[in-house]
Design a protein around this ligand. Structure first.
Ligand code: ATP
Ligand code: MG
Length: 585
C-alpha cells in the first residue's frame, strides 16, 4: 500500500471530543471518525486493525471446533418475547417497526436467534456438542457511550454459542473456550485476568469476565495474588469480620436528635461533625415486590447484586417515597432499623460490629445517636451486602486483595437451560427421550479489543502495536523521495517484502522526513525501514517502534534482515499466548 494513496488523515493535536488515550490516538491516526454519539466510521487503518483482530479470533475459535455463521442484526420481536427479554432489554434495545407495523429489534446479543436455529436444525444427541459463532455488528442504546469505540452504541462483537446434551460436555467446551479467549487476548498483546462476575440479563450460572488492567477501564476488580481468586466489584466477596463483638450497654443509651433537612450521609457528616463510618445507612428496596430494608455502614456502598443473590429474588428496585412511608412510617432519607421489629431488615455483616452509631429514626428530620446493634435493634439477618473495598481480605485464602481498574474484553457464561427451556429447544437424547439443550455463550468485544490494546501499548509519540494487529507490519520510506537512488532502493525493498508476505506500507509522500517519522511513530508501524544518505555506504536504517535505538543494516541483505526481525516479532505474540496456566473451573 502506498501511503500517498491511503486515507489516513492524521492530526497533530488531540481532538477535544476525546477523553481517553485510545480514543485520542484513534482519532489522531485517522483510524476512526465519529458519526453520532457512540457511532463511528472506521477508516482504512482502523478497519485493517479490526480485520486482524477478527482473524485471530477466527483462528482460535476454529481451533476449538467453532463454526462461523452470520445471523441477522434485524430480529423479530416474537423471538425475544419467547425468552421474556423483549421486556428485560428495556431502553437498551433499538426497536423499530417494518412497513407492516411488525415490531423488530436490532440485535444486542443473539441467544434467542441461535436457539431458534438449534431447535430447528439440530435433531439428535449425535450432532452434539455444536458451537456456532459469528462476528457481527451489535446495537445497544447505551446510556453512557464513552471512550470512542470502547463503549459504542454500535460495535463489533464475536458471539459464540454452544449446545450440549449434558453438563460435562458444556464444562469441557467452557474450559476450551476459556483457553481460546486467553490466547486471543494474548495474541492481541494483552494478558488478561479472568474474574467472576454478575451474569446480568444474559443469565445462567458460572461465568467469567476477561479483564485487562487499564486506568481507562470502567470496571473495578479484586484480585488475590495468594490463590488467584478474582472478581468484578459487583460480585467480589471477602472475608467477613470475625472475632468477639464489642461490649454492649445493658440498657439503651440511644437519644433522638433533631436533624432538620439532613437526609444524606454527606449532610450528616457536616451537621454532626462525625465520620461517615459512624452512621448506619438504611436503604429500602422492593424485592420481588415486597419491601425490605438493607443496612450498611455510612462509608460503604450497598451492593445490589449481592443483596439480590442473598435474598434469592429476581427483581430488586429502590422503593419510592410512598413505599418507604408505608413500610417504615417515616420519610425518605430518615430510615433506620429502630422500631422495625417483625419486618424484613437485613444488615451487612460489618454493621453488627458498630458502636454508638447514628441512624435514621423513621421520622422526618429525626435521627438517633448512640445506637448499638443487639441492644437497640435486631435484624432479620446479617449478610454480606456491601461492595468490596480497598483492604478487604480474600474470601478463599485470607490474603489482602489488590484492587484494579480494568476493561472487560470478553465474557463467557454457562447458560444451562435458560433459553432452551423457555424456547422449547429440544433434541432426541441417547435414551430416546426428548430433552432441552444445555447451552453456553461466549462474547468478545472486537472493537473494544482495539481500543484496549492502544490503552495498554502507547507512548507520548503514538501507538505501539503488537505486530499481530498493527495496521501494517512495516513501513518503508526514502528520506528524500526526489532522490532517485533512495526511491528505487526503497521501492525494491517494499516490493520484495510484499512478495514475501509482509503487510507493508510504502511512504512515498513528498513530505519532510521529520513529518513522515512523526506519522510513523503515531500510527505505530512495528518496523520502520528508512533509506537515506547512508545508502552511499551500502547501509539503511531499521528501527523497531518499541525500541529506542536504530539499527543499521546492509542494503544487500536488507530484506533477509527485515524478514528475520518481522518473524521474530510474529513469534513473540504466540509466546504470551502459550503462557496460559489453565482454566480455574
Ligand atoms: P459492559 O459491562 O462493558 O457493558 P456487557 O457485560 O454488557 O459489557 P456482554 O453482553 O458481556 O457485555 O458482551 C460481550 C462483550 O462485548 C463484552 O465483554 C465487551 O467486550 C463487548 N461490549 C459490550 N458492550 C459494548 C459496547 N457498548 N461497546 C463496545 N463493546 C462492548
Ligand atoms: Mg459482560
Amino acid at each position: 500500500m502506498k501511503v500517498s494513496k491511503l486515507l489516513a488523515p492524521t492530526m497533530k493535536e488531540d481532538p477535544q471530543e476525546a477523553e481517553i488515550i485510545s480514543h485520542k490516538l484513534m482519532m489522531r491516526t485517522g483510524m476512526l471518525r465519529r458519526l453520532a454519539a457512540g457511532v463511528y466510521n472506521y477508516l482504512p487503518l482502523g478497519l485493517r486493525v479490526i480485520k486482524k483482530v477478527e482473524n485471530i479470533i477466527r483462528e482460535e475459535m476454529d481451533a476449538i471446533g467453532g463454526q462461523e455463521i452470520l445471523m441477522p442484526a434485524l430480529t423479530p420481536k416474537e423471538l425475544w418475547e419467547e425468552s421474556g427479554r423483549w421486556q428485560v432489554m428495556g431502553d437498551n434495545m433499538f426497536r423499530l417497526k417494518d412497513r407492516w407495523g411488525r415490531e423488530m429489534g436490532l440485535g444486542m446479543t443473539h441467544e434467542e436467534i441461535v436457539t431458534d436455529i438449534a431447535r430447528k436444525e439440530v435433531r439428535s444427541y449425535r450432532e452434539l456438542p455444536v458451537m456456532l459463532y459469528q462476528i457481527q455488528t451489535k446495537f445497544r442504546d447505551e446510556p453512557r457511550p464513552r471512550g470512542g469505540i470502547m463503549r459504542g452504541r454500535e460495535f463489533i462483537m464475536k458471539d459464540a454459542y454452544s449446545f450440549h446434551h449434558n453438563t460435562e460436555s458444556l464444562d469441557e467446551t467452557y474450559r476450551e473456550c476459556f483457553q481460546a479467549y486467553w490466547r486471543i487476548f494474548a495474541r492481541c498483546g494483552m494478558a488478561t485476568e479472568a474474574v467472576e462476575a454478575d451474569p446480568g440479563p444474559i443469565g445462567g450460572t458460572d461465568n467469567h469476565e476477561f479483564m485487562v488492567i487499564a486506568d481507562a477501564g470502567e470496571d473495578t476488580i479484586f484480585l488475590c495474588s495468594g490463590c488467584g481468586y478474582g472478581a468484578n466489584r459487583e460480585m467480589a466477596y471477602f472475608m467477613d469480620p470475625s472475632g468477639e463483638l464489642p461490649a454492649r450497654p445493658e440498657t439503651s443509651k440511644k437519644e433522638k436528635i433533631h436533624t432538620p433537612n439532613v437526609s444524606t450521609i454527606d449532610k450528616l457528616v457536616e451537621f454532626l461533625g462525625v465520620e461517615a463510618e459512624k452512621f448506619i445507612k438504611a436503604l429500602v428496596y422492593m424485592a420481588d415486590g415486597k419491601p425490605i430494608m438493607a443496612l450498611v455502614r455510612g462509608d460503604r456502598e450497598l451492593n445490589e447484586v449481592k443483596l439480590r443473590r442473598a435474598l434469592k429474588v429476581k427483581s430488586l428496585e429502590m422503593a419510592t417515597a410512598e413505599q418507604i412511608l408505608s413500610f417504615t412510617g417515616g420519610d425518605l432519607g430518615f430510615s433506620g432499623p429502630i422500631g422495625m421489629e417483625g419486618k424484613a431488615v437485613y444488615a451487612d455483616t460489618e454493621v453488627r460490629y458498630m458502636v454508638d452509631a447514628v441512624c435514621g429514626a423513621n421520622e422526618k428530620d429525626m435521627h438517633f445517636k448512640d445506637v448499638n446493634p443487639d441492644t437497640d435493634f435486631n435484624v432479620t439477618g446479617y449478610i454480606q451486602i456491601r461492595d468490596a473495598a480497598d483492604g478487604d481480605i480474600c474470601p478463599k485464602c485470607g490474603k489482602m486483595m489488590d484492587v484494579k481498574r480494568s476493561v472487560e474484553l470478553g465474557h463467557i457464561f454457562k447458560l444451562g437451560r435458560k433459553y432452551s427451556d423457555s424456547m422449547k429447544a429440544t433434541f432426541d437424547d441417547e435414551d430416546g427421550k426428548e430433552k432441552t439443550f444445555i447451552m453456553g455463550c461466549y462474547g468478545i468485544g472486537v472493537t473494544r479489543i482495539v481500543a484496549a490494546a492502544i490503552e495498554a501499548r502507547h507512548d507520548k509519540d503514538g501507538i505501539i502495536w503488537p505486530i499481530s494487529i498493527a495496521p501494517f507490519e512495516c513501513v518503508v520510506m526514502p528520506v528524500i523521495s526526489g532522490d532517485d537512488k533512495q526511491r528505487e532502493t526503497a521501492e525494491k525493498i517494499y516490493d520484495e517484502l510484499r512478495k514475501r508476505g509482509v503487510d507493508v506500507a510504502y511512504d512515498d509522500r513528498d513530505h519532510r522526513p521529520g513529518f513522515k517519522f512523526k506519522d510513523a511513530d503515531l500510527i505505530g508501524y512495528p518496523v520502520r525501514v528508512v533509506v537515506g544518505k547512508d545508502l552511499d555506504n551500502g547501509k539503511l536504517e531499521m528501527k523497531l517502534r518499541h525500541e529506542k535505538e536504530k539499527r543499521m543494516i546492509n542494503v544487500d541483505t536488507a530484506v533477509d534482515e527485515i524478514m528475520a526481525v518481522i518473524n521474530e516479532l510474529r513469534a513473540k505474540d504466540f509466546e504470551l499466548a502459550d503462557k496460559f496456566e489453565g482454566c480455574p473451573c
